[in-house]
Design a protein around this ligand. Structure first.
Ligand code: SF4
Ligand code: SF4
Length: 212
């Protein structure tokens, strides 16, 4: 197998890892929906304070930031993927957002999203994890998951963006999956009411007043 190539096996492994991360992110319940609704309300009212904490997909544009690799990888599944994206009428948002892949119910990329989207936990998510004693890390700004979990550095190679040719083994993929799964299991083992209480407390802290 040619190293550093976005071959089918590497993309399949990348997709296995992003699915495991999405299972972890699902445990944050309604946090992202509340964040998105509050961002819309704040944007419509002309509010400027706290814009750095707005919904990440509305103030960021990972599609164009990662265009070359993302387009190559998405084209493997659907050459018309970009034209099919349904655009939200959000007008101008901070940063270079909104991301064109953001649709009415969230990200429209069904697999092989940019690495940052796949591995980033925002300050609110980090605050929830810290509040529940699942991690101990700074929570004032977003981190990539490898900033607080020990994980093999394989995602750029799987995605086709590694600077140098790099072979990835199945063992490294399994190690990555197991480490994320272990955090998810500890998160899931916390009673749902306690998890929700932590999410509610962080939502209050960040002024997310709209409930879903
Ligand atoms: S900023 Fe955080 S809470 Fe808001 S949409 Fe993004 S990941 Fe979810
Ligand atoms: S690609 Fe999807 S997850 Fe990433 S910023 Fe765009 S809408 Fe959000």
């Amino acid at each position: 197998m040619k190293p550093n190539a976005t071959n089918g096996r590497y993309l399949k492994w990348f997709n296995d890892i992003e699915k495991e991360l999405w299972r972890l992110f699902a445990l944050f319940g309604d946090l992202c929906a509340r964040c998105a609704l509050q961002t819309l309300a704040d944007s419509e009212s002309g509010r400027r304070e706290g814009r750095a904490d707005w919904c990440c997909c509305m103030i960021d544009n990972q599609v164009h930031d990662n265009w070359q690799a993302l387009n190559a990888n998405q084209n493997r599944f659907d050459s018309g993927w970009y034209e099919k994206l349904q655009r939200l009428e959000l007008g101008r948002m901070p940063g270079n957002g909104p991301c064109p892949a953001l649709g009415p119910t969230g990200c429209q990329l069904k697999k092989v999203r940019p690495i940052t989207c796949t591995t980033q936990l925002c300050n609110k998510m980090l605050a929830v994890l810290n509040k529940l004693d699942l991690v101990k890390c700074p929570a004032h700004s977003a981190l990539q998951i490898e900033d607080f979990l020990e994980l093999p550095d394989i995602l750029p190679a799987l995605y086709g963006t590694a600077r140098k040719p790099q072979r990835v083994s199945l063992n490294e993929v399994e190690q990555y999956l197991a480490t994320v799964r272990e955090l998810r299991f500890r998160f899931r083992a916390i009673p749902a009411a306690d998890r929700q209480a932590a999410i509610d407390a962080v939502a209050d802290q960040y002024g997310l007043k709209i409930k879903t």
